[in-house]
Design a protein around this ligand. Structure first.
Ligand code: SF4
Ligand code: SF4
Ligand code: FES
Length: 480
C-alpha cells in the first residue's frame, strides 16, 4: 500500500486510487466540476489541480495515480492562482443569473467562486449567448448558458443508466449538451439523476422549477416506499421557521422534491424517476374520520368498537400492510399476533406504464417492507388466497384489499390512511398515520434495514398504528 503526502500529512492509499480519491476518502475536499466518485474520469474542468512538490507546474488530481512517497500540495501559490484563473475562465460566458436560478444555494460554481476566486469578471466583452429553457425531456429543462461542460450528465447516461441518451454537440464556446434523437432520454427511468449531478444550474427539474429557494426547505431523511429496494431519500419540505402565512396552508405540508440520499448498501447516490414522483401518492386525500357501523364517530369510540369486535371474535384474521414499518408490525405481533391468523398483503401492485423491474434498482415488488412483514408473519396473501374456514372477523390494514370481496355478514375492521368510499362498508374504520408523520424502519428485499424520520405532525383524529395496537391489546389479553 503506497503512502502519499497531502500538504505534508501522510495517507495510506490503495495503489489503484488517484490522489483525488485518497483525498476524498480522508475528508479532504478538492474542488472539481467533472469528477464524481461513481463516474469515469473526464479530467476536463482542470479545477482539481494540485502541485507535486519540486515541480513548478500543476496537474489534475482526479487523474493522478498514487505512487510511493508522492507529495502533493493543494494550497500552494501556483495552485491558488491556477484555480482562480480557471474560475475566471468558467465565468467568462456564464450568465451569473443566480437570482433566478434554482441551483443557487447548492451550486458548486457559486461555492468555488466565493472560496477560490471572489473577483469580478475580467471580461468587458459581450458574453456568448446560448439556448435557455431547452426541453431536454418532459421532465428536465437545460440552460446552456449555465453549463460548464463537465460532461457528468453525459457520462451518467453512458455508464449508469446505459441509455447513452445525452451527448455534447459542436465545439468550443458553442458546445451544447443535447439528447439523442431517438427519445431514449425521455424514457430513461433514471434521467433525473443528472439534475443532482449537474454541478451548476444548467439541468433543472421541471416539476421543481421556481417552486422554492432551497434554503427555505428542510431535507428529512426517509426511505422511498416505491418498491422493495427501499432507496434512501431526502424529502424536502418547508422549514418550520419559513412556513408561509398568506398562501394555501397545504404548501406548508407539501413535499416539494424528493432526492437521493447516498446509501452505498442500498442505492448509492441514485434513485429512479418513479421515486421522485411519489409526493402525489403521499398527498392524496387523507382519511381523518373514524367510522362505526356506518356512522362518523370520534376515534376513541372507534377504537372501543374495534376492541369489542376483537374480544368477541373466535377466529379472527388480519391482512397486515407491507407498507407498515418494522416497529408497527412488531407492535401488532406483540399485541394481537397470537389472537389473529395473519397474512401479509401487498398494498400496491405495478401501475400501468410503470417500469416493473430492471437490473439497476427497480424491484417488481412495489411495497417497501414485504420482507419485514414476512419476517414477523410467515404467510403471504396473494391472488387466489381465501380466508380460513370459520373466519368471523377480518382486520384489513392498509390498501390493496377490497372489502366487496367478502360477505357482508363477516365483521370487519379497516385501518387505512387514505380516503376510500369502501371504508363505509367496514364495521369499524380507524384512520392511521402515514410514513411522513412517524419514524420507523423498513427492511428491503436484501435484508437491509433503513430508517425514516417524520416530516409533519399527524392530525389529532388519526392514530399511530403502534399506539393503536397497544390500545387494542388489553381486549385481547382479557379475552385470552
Ligand atoms: S449540463 Fe450540467 S452536468 Fe451536463 S455537462 Fe453541463 S454542467 Fe455538466
Ligand atoms: S428503485 Fe424503488 S425504492 Fe428506489 S427510488 Fe425507485 S421506486 Fe423508490
Ligand atoms: S475534477 Fe479533475 S479535472 Fe475536473
Amino acid at each position: 500500500m503506497p503512502r502519499i503526502y497531502i500538504d505534508g500529512l501522510p495517507y495510506e492509499a490503495d495503489s489503484r486510487q488517484t490522489v483525488m480519491e485518497v483525498a476524498a476518502a480522508n475528508g479532504i475536499v478538492l474542488p472539481g466540476f467533472c469528477w464524481h466518485p461513481k463516474l469515469s474520469v473526464a479530467g476536463n474542468c482542470r479545477l482539481c489541480a494540485v502541485q507535486v512538490e519540486g515541480r513548478s507546474w500543476v496537474e489534475i488530481s482526479c487523474n493522478m495515480p498514487v505512487a510511493q512517497d508522492l507529495k502533493v500540495l493543494t494550497d500552494s501559490d501556483i495552485v491558488r492562482e491556477y484555480r482562480k484563473s480557471i474560475l475566471a475562465l468558467t465565468t467568462l460566458n456564464h450568465p451569473v443569473d443566480c437570482g433566478i436560478c434554482d441551483k443557487a444555494g447548492e451550486c458548486l460554481l457559486q461555492d468555488y467562486h466565493y472560496e477560490h476566486n471572489g473577483a469580478p469578471s475580467t471580461s468587458h466583452e459581450v458574453k456568448v449567448h446560448a439556448t435557455k429553457f431547452h426541453a431536454l425531456s418532459s421532465r428536465i429543462t437545460l440552460d446552456n448558458e449555465r453549463c460548464v461542460l463537465c460532461s457528468r450528465c453525459v457520462r451518467f447516461t453512458h455508464e449508469i443508466s446505459k441509455t447513452k441518451s445525452l451527448g455534447i454537440v459542436q465545439r468550443g464556446d458553442t458546445s451544447l449538451v443535447r439528447a439523442s434523437g431517438d427519445g431514449a432520454f425521455e424514457t430513461d427511468a433514471y434521467s433525473d439523476n443528472v439534475v443532482d449531478l449537474c454541478p451548476v444550474g444548467a439541468l433543472l427539474s421541471r416539476s421543481f422549477l421556481y417552486k422554492s429557494r432551497v434554503w427555505y426547505l428542510k431535507a428529512t431523511p426517509s426511505v422511498c416506499p416505491g418498491c422493495a429496494r427501499g432507496c434512501a431519500v431526502n424529502l424536502w419540505h418547508r422549514k418550520p421557521e419559513w412556513k408561509l402565512q398568506a398562501l394555501d396552508a397545504r404548501h406548508n405540508r407539501a413535499i416539494e422534491r424528493i432526492t437521493p440520499r447516498d446509501n452505498p448498501a442500498v442505492n448509492g447516490p441514485w434513485i429512479c424517476n418513479r421515486g421522485r414522483d411519489l409526493a402525489p401518492l403521499f398527498e392524496r386525500e387523507r382519511a381523518t374520520q373514524a367510522i362505526c357501523a356506518g356512522f362518523s364517530v370520534a376515534t376513541p369510540a372507534a377504537i372501543e368498537g374495534a376492541r369489542s369486535l376483537i374480544e368477541r371474535a373466535r377466529r379472527p384474521v388480519a391482512l397486515v400492510s407491507s407498507w407498515a414499518s418494522n416497529e408497527e408490525l412488531a407492535a401488532f405481533a406483540a399485541a394481537l399476533g397470537r389472537h389473529f391468523t395473519v397474512f401479509v398483503k401487498r398494498d400496491r401492485e405495478p401501475e400501468p406504464g410503470e417500469v416493473v423491474a430492471d437490473d439497476i434498482l427497480i424491484c417488481a415488488d412495489k411495497n417497501p417492507n414485504s420482507t419485514g412483514a414476512l419476517a414477523n408473519f410467515a404467510s403471504a396473501w396473494g391472488p387466489g388466497s381465501t380466508l380460513p374456514e370459520g373466519t368471523d372477523l377480518l382486520l384489513v390494514w392498509g390498501e390493496g384489499f377490497d372489502l366487496a370481496q367478502v360477505p357482508q355478514s363477516l365483521r370487519t375492521i379497516v385501518l387505512d390512511a387514505w380516503k376510500n368510499p369502501g371504508h363505509a362498508r367496514a364495521d369499524v374504520f380507524i384512520p392511521v398515520s402515514i410514513q411522513t408523520e412517524r419514524r420507523g424502519t423498513y427492511t428491503n428485499f436484501e435484508g437491509t434495514v433503513s430508517g425514516f424520520e417524520a416530516c409533519f405532525e399527524k392530525d389529532d383524529s388519526v392514530a399511530h398504528a403502534e399506539d393503536l395496537f397497544a390500545a387494542l391489546a388489553a381486549a385481547n389479553v382479557a379475552a385470552a
